[in-house]
Ligand binder design. Structure first.
Ligand SMILES: NC(=O)C1=CN([C@@H]2O[C@H](COP(=O)(O)OP(=O)(O)OC[C@H]3O[C@@H](n4cnc5c(N)ncnc54)[C@H](OP(=O)(O)O)[C@@H]3O)[C@@H](O)[C@H]2O)C=CC1
Ligand SMILES: CC1=C(/C=C/C(C)=C/C=C/C(C)=C/C=O)C(C)(C)CCC1
Length: 282
């Protein structure tokens, strides 16, 4: 027991020498939550990467508006996070549908009075196969959901971010944006487009105090990446060859998003940042 009370040089910052356990669970950390008083709207946030981001932003003090296509998934996610004592509400929103995007914004404003952060996680891949064999319907679906919807949703949110005199937007691309994966041509293309969308929006919105950045995940363990229908099974080998010897967890994406929303990132915009266990510059 005595060991806990011994001052450890790297753990000792103040003038008082407190037990290490007291420092680790310090109350001040909670009171200075960096996103306190802010409102975050997150698409595709009832499971996987989006859900981990929702939980993390709420833990860091934001009120979070959860959404996805299915109301029962929204209700389940909201219940789980409320049981953890987090401040969340939710509503159904298929990001490819204009009326759903408007409904999401209206609901967020009704419950929270403003919007500070928009995190666009929703993404789909209905095709594993030839790029040139893809039907126009497949192209429309992937580009509508993955590329157009973040811009169209942001256009609805923009006036409210301007009211708050600033905001932070985070898009979600993929490692396939840099190195195309076979049989995912249309999806690869949509995720590369997001890198450009991030840079263009960042430039356009910087004068308004709105920052736009992009999370670029590698292979993260979720229903999406583990399903053969959306991702071919050769993908896990990449991490074995190039980097950290395991796949990522959704929670490992969430810290970056919280940082990008926080005032610690107030001079960062237009960046596409990989969370992949290897570098995009190999
Ligand atoms: N997992 C990975 O390895 C990687 C994922 N990504 C990207 O991360 C994002 C999240 O993926 P991940 O967490 O793995 O996926 P999951 O399948 O685990 O979760 C997807 C979430 O999005 C919702 N969703 C799906 N389609 C729509 C839609 N049209 N409108 C609104 N919500 C929707 C789903 O709920 P519901 O069914 O209720 O709509 C669910 O909440 C995607 O953009 C994906 O491309 C990028 C790189 C790697
Ligand atoms: C960037 C990069 C690579 C590719 C990573 C890829 C392609 C990751 C795919 C992730 C997926 C499928 C995400 C889901 O959307 C390599 C080849 C490891 C080499 C090093 C640089």
């Amino acid at each position: 027991m005595a060991a806990i009370f011994r001052p450890i040089p790297w753990a000792f910052r103040g003038s008082l020498c407190l037990p290490l356990s007291a420092r680790r669970f310090s109350k001040t950390v909670d009171e200075n939550r960096s996103l306190a008083g802010k409102v975050a709207v997150i698409t595709g946030s009832t499971r996987g990467i989006g859900f981990a981001i929702a939980r993390r932003l709420a833990q860091d003090g934001a009120h979070v508006v959860i959404s996805s296509r299915k109301q029962e998934n929204v209700d389940e996610a909201v219940t789980i996070l409320k049981e953890e004592g987090l401040s969340v509400t939710g509503t159904m929103c298929h990001v490819g549908k204009a009326e759903d995007r408007q409904h999401l914004v209206t609901t967020a404003l009704k419950h929270s009075g403003g919007i500070d952060f928009l995190v666009c996680v929703a993404g789909v891949n209905p095709l594993v196969g030839s790029t040139l064999g893809a039907s126009e319907q497949i192209w429309d679906k992937i580009l509508d959901v993955n590329v157009k919807s973040p811009a169209l949703l942001l256009s609805k949110v923009l006036p409210y971010m301007e009211n708050r005199r600033g905001g932070s937007v985070v898009l979600v691309s993929s490692g396939v944006a840099y190195v195309p994966v076979p049989k995912l041509g249309v999806y690869n293309t949509s995720k590369t487009a997001l890198l450009g969308l991030c840079k263009s929006l960042a430039m356009e919105l910087a004068p308004k105090g709105i920052r736009v950045n992009c999370l670029v995940p590698g292979i993260i363990k979720t229903d999406f990446s583990l399903r053969e229908k959306t991702m071919p099974n050769m993908l896990p080998d990449m991490n074995k060859i190039f980097g950290v010897q395991r796949l990522g967890e959704p929670e490992e994406c969430a810290g970056l998003v919280s940082f990008l929303c926080s005032s610690d990132a107030s001079y960062i915009t237009g960046e596409n940042i990989m969370v992949a266990g290897f570098s995009s510059k190999l």
